[in-house]
Design a protein around this ligand. Structure first.
Ligand code: SF4
Length: 242
């Protein structure tokens, strides 16, 4: 399928996230999936998926390092909205990972993210034509120029329906629809990732300032390492669990 991306982006830039979701499903369904980290800022997109494209698969990357509150919040949203969630895990399994690598997140967080997030997603994306991500331009300088639709080097279209939204839009939507918040939000966790790599943020900090704090890392790799495998994993590391 060849598409005039510039022309499509001009049109999609003016649509609501819901209309972008509908366009994405009509264009690529069923060979399309979304990813979600199931934190408070994820809930508007998950709510919209439930409203307009309920059959859309939503991938959740279970690294084994999540806060228990995140897993409980994920399960609550699945039960409430009937989301079609698929849990992805590293091929070697979490116990094996801990035995072999221990606190790799301290020594080499990029490799830890690669094994636990990037590789499982690369595996799950085989056969897909499009991937929906909830990232926004206002989250980080690296995301400032993200288009609604882009064709990645792996031939998969990346679609970001929330890209024009601001943090204020997210909170307004949550308030308008009275959506549930992540249990750690009240403790200052504006952005929640894995427990060892997340701290609460102060009022004057960016929402992602608590992610990999003190390390030269701002992204988990899904938006940077997915296309070019920067680590080579052994067959055992990539083996699917059955
Ligand atoms: S966020 Fe931290 S613990 Fe989670 S996969 Fe990345 S480095 Fe590992």
């Amino acid at each position: 399928m060849s598409m005039d991306i510039d022309r499509i982006n001009q049109r999609l830039e003016t649509l609501t996230p819901q209309d972008i979701l509908i366009w994405a499903w009509e264009t690529f369904g069923p060979r399309i999936a979304a990813t979600s980290s199931f934190q408070t800022q994820s809930v508007p997109l998950l709510h919209m998926i439930a409203e307009v494209t309920l059959q859309l698969p939503v991938f959740f990357l279970d690294t084994g390092f999540h806060f228990p509150e995140t897993l409980a919040y994920r399960d609550r949203l699945i039960a409430t909205y009937g989301l079609n969630v698929e849990v992805l895990r590293a091929g070697m399994g979490h116990d094996d990972f801990l035995r072999r690598f221990g606190d790799l997140y301290r020594r080499d967080p990029d490799r830890c993210c690669y094994i636990n997030k990037v590789e499982p997603l690369r595996r799950a994306m085989r056969g897909l034509k499009a991937w929906i991500s909830g990232i926004r331009r206002d989250q980080t300088p690296e995301r400032r120029h993200t288009p609604v639709v882009s064709l990645q080097d792996n031939g998969i279209y990346k679609i970001c329906p929330m890209v024009t939204w601001t943090r204020r839009d997210v909170w307004k939507y949550i308030a308008d629809y009275d959506l549930p918040e992540h249990p750690l939000l009240t403790r200052g966790y504006l952005s929640v990732g894995c427990a060892p790599c997340t701290r609460p943020v102060g009022e004057d900090e960016d929402e992602r300032a608590g992610r990999w704090s003190g390390q030269a890392k701002a992204e988990c790799g899904l938006h940077t390492m997915l296309l070019s495998p920067v680590f080579s994993l052994t067959p055992k590391e990539t083996k699917e669990e059955r």
